[in-house]
Design a protein around this ligand. Structure first.
Ligand SMILES: Cc1cc2nc3c(=O)[nH]c(=O)nc-3n(C[C@H](O)[C@H](O)[C@H](O)COP(=O)(O)OP(=O)(O)OC[C@H]3O[C@@H](n4cnc5c(N)ncnc54)[C@H](O)[C@@H]3O)c2cc1C
Length: 426
């Protein structure tokens, strides 16, 4: 079954927004249009910009600040590493957001936010004023947290490929270039991090490549955790497709990673030393730096929000969506960021134009490909609870599903990719 765009929009909660369209007269201060500035043109930010512009029908001035001219999705980058997608198929342009939705796209970094004056300061030195600010900068990586001997400079040797861009190409080159019979080592991040099943889907895709091109290769996972998302499904799939190739070492078995020697490829744990011929090291995640610079984060480095609107708990004129926000119980995912962006867009439009605002509804599904046509998924729908975003229904694939179900799940993910990227970029 493929999810077409309409089905995806309904699944992702867009229907609530459509109901609210044109519901009330526009109310502005004087003749000036209210101004919304969005920091970050990734999954959350570009969705919010498009929905605010589209649903306000020109009544709100929308500016999107994003340094890169083309957004490469992290989702499906594992499939690119496994040989199921071309790299260029992951790239998306901002052209339609400007030409069809009238969004002012500025390709620059937001370097700070003057929240008193309600101004975003750009790398160029220019200032962009706002009435409401949406912040969706995604994540940054805590390189120093991995182990002694590892720093940001080493991401070229052991790529993380955990942010949009060329790191995925670098990692693929390391995987395809690894010597025959060599050892590939993966260090997944500790919780919380973006895309909880992502490191394990990546292992599956690397194993798929090795099975066909380097069948005596081994994969070692030095995990800083004792369990992970969809663990039963992945372990069952690894046993069926890649028997004897993958050695998952949880925190409790080796006591954690102590140091890395990037020159020799040695990874030292409490009990053992592993020698890698190629590796992927994903440091702990934290919110994008601008969220911290703007003073929107808590002591754990993430941005607390009101769960009914995604409004910051620090500043009533600021919204934070996507990975940078504390949106538990939702995972940090592209599906979730897109869903949160629509709730945020409705709330922003409601405040600025007095259009009707409906109760927040969120949704998420994370698909993973284990082997060709063997797709699995986990997901939930949510509503705003008193303390958290609470699940209202949950589902997960089961071990032992027949091949048709697994193929249908994979095809559903392909439909989702087409649907969400059209929903984000127009
Ligand atoms: C390997 C991998 C696989 C994944 N697979 C899936 C999947 O299958 N399904 C799924 O739903 N999710 C998946 N994800 C997670 C998904 O990519 C993220 O959760 C999602 O992109 C979060 O959206 P965001 O808007 O918070 O951040 P991003 O999409 O990362 O966007 C942030 C944007 O902000 C910009 N930015 C940062 N700082 C500034 C600044 N100071 N000024 C201006 N712009 C700035 C960045 O350039 C970037 O474009 C995956 C992630 C990885 C790493």
């Amino acid at each position: 079954m493929k999810l077409n765009r309409r089905e995806f929009n309904i699944a992702a909660g867009a229907s609530t927004l459509t109901l609210g369209l044109g519901a009330a007269p526009m109310v502005f201060a004087g003749n000036a249009k209210p101004k919304v500035v969005v920091i970050g043109g990734g999954t959350g930010g570009a969705t919010a910009a498009r929905y605010i512009a589209k649903d306000s029908k020109g009544a709100i001035d929308v500016t999107l600040i994003e340094p890169t001219k083309r957004y490469y999705t992290c989702y499906f980058s594992n499939l690119y590493i496994g040989g199921f997608r071309e790299y260029e198929s992951l790239g998306h342009s901002y052209a339609k957001l400007a030409s069809e939705y009238g969004i002012n796209v500025i390709h620059d970094w937001a370097v700070t936010v003057d929240r008193k004056k309600k101004m975003v300061v750009l790398g160029s030195g220019s200032m962009v004023p706002y009435d409401k600010l949406v912040v969706s900068p995604g994540i940054d990586l805590k390189f120093a947290s991995v182990a002694e001997g590892y720093s940001v400079a080493d991401q070229g040797i052991f790529p993380h490929a955990w942010k949009s861009g060329t790191q995925a190409q670098l990692l693929k080159a390391k995987v395809t270039g690894m010597k025959q019979g060599g050892t590939f080592l993966m260090v997944p991040p500790p919780n919380p991090f973006r895309c909880p099943p992502g490191p394990y889907e990546r292992i599956s895709m690397i194993a798929h490549h090795f099975k066909n091109n380097n069948p005596t290769a081994k994969i070692v996972i030095l995990d800083p955790k004792d369990k992970f998302s969809k663990m039963g499904l992945f372990k069952d799939g690894w046993e069926r497709h890649y028997k004897g190739m993958i050695d998952w070492q949880p925190l409790s078995s080796l006591g954690g990673l102590k140091s890395i020697n990037t020159a020799t490829g040695e990874f030292v744990t409490d009990l053992d030393t592993f020698k890698a011929d190629a590796a992927c090291v994903i440091p702990a995640n934290t919110s994008g730096q601008i969220a911290k610079t703007a003073g929107l984060t808590n002591d754990k480095g993430w941005c607390p929000i009101h769960q009914g609107s995604m409004k910051s708990k620090v500043d009533p004129d600021v919204y934070v969506i996507g990975d940078a926000s504390v949106a538990s119980s939702m995972p940090k995912s592209g599906f979730a960021a897109n869903s949160q962006a629509k709730v945020c867009a409705m709330a922003v439009r409601g405040e600025l134009t007095k259009s009707k605002v409906f109760p927040a509804r969120y949704a998420n599904t994370c698909w993973s490909l284990i082997a060709p046509n063997d797709g699995v998924k986990v997901g939930a729908t949510y509503k705003a609870g008193d303390k958290k975003i609470d699940p209202t229904s949950k589902f997960i694939s089961k071990n032992g599903e027949d091949a048709d179900t697994r193929q249908a799940t994979y095809e559903e993910s392909v439909g989702w990719y087409a649907g969400i990227t059209a929903d984000i970029f127009g």
